[in-house]
Design a binder for this molecule. Structure first.
Ligand SMILES: CC(C)(COP(=O)(O)OP(=O)(O)OC[C@H]1O[C@@H](n2cnc3c(N)ncnc32)[C@H](O)[C@@H]1OP(=O)(O)O)[C@@H](O)C(=O)NCCC(=O)NCCS
Length: 158
């Protein structure tokens, strides 16, 4: 059983410092949520819901006014147990509660397993997909960007 909740200051030791500081600052100013999944005191998965408009023009065109899920991750020993599905479902419910009618995700084209997972959860490829974008890599020194080609998938929320 996984307990899901937005991150709090005290979760910082579980994350790379620069990533956590960035996401918590965004969450605290209403620009998104860093959702965390726990089993007892162990962090077993997380994702970030970005609500503010994308910085990159290609993403703004492909995901206009659509909040999107970024950086979904389940710890390797816990993969394959439905935790990603549970985290995504919690994110969708949270967005719906806040009045959002759609949610999106950009999945690197080589992550065919992840694309299949989202398709099974009701996400569908958009007309501009795939797109070239810069994705974040978090290092102890801060954020770096890497070009990637991603499928853009959207799901209506009801
Ligand atoms: C992708 C990921 C979040 C899935 O988490 P999970 O808790 O294992 O997912 P669930 O148990 O809810 O669903 C399992 C499905 O995810 C798929 N999947 C995608 N990537 C996977 C991976 N690296 N390992 C295991 N399963 C993966 C499986 O194929 C499975 O689908 P299937 O039943 O059609 O084969 C997890 O594997 C992960 O953190 N991977 C590393 C980071 C990553 O690739 N993130 C996605 C970027 S868009």
């Amino acid at each position: 059983m996984m307990e899901i909740r937005p991150a709090t200051d005290s979760d910082s030791p579980h994350f790379e410092e620069a990533f956590f500081a960035d996401r918590l600052a965004r969450q605290n100013s209403g620009r998104g949520w860093l959702l965390t999944g726990w089993h007892d005191a162990e962090l077993i998965g997380h994702l970030y819901i970005r609500v503010e408009p994308p910085e990159q023009p290609a993403v703004r065109i492909a995901l206009p006014a659509v909040p999107f899920i970024q950086g979904i991750n389940v710890a390797p020993p816990h993969q394959g147990n439905g935790h990603a599905k549970t985290l995504v479902t919690a994110a969708e419910r949270l967005l719906h509660t806040h009045g959002h009618t759609k949610v999106g995700i950009a999945v690197p084209v080589e992550h065919v397993d992840a694309a299949r997972l989202f398709t099974r959860l009701g996400y569908r490829e958009q007309p501009h997909s795939p797109i070239s974008l810069l994705t974040d890599i978090w290092l102890p020194t801060g954020r770096r960007s890497r070009p990637e080609t991603c499928f853009v998938l959207i799901k209506p929320l009801r």
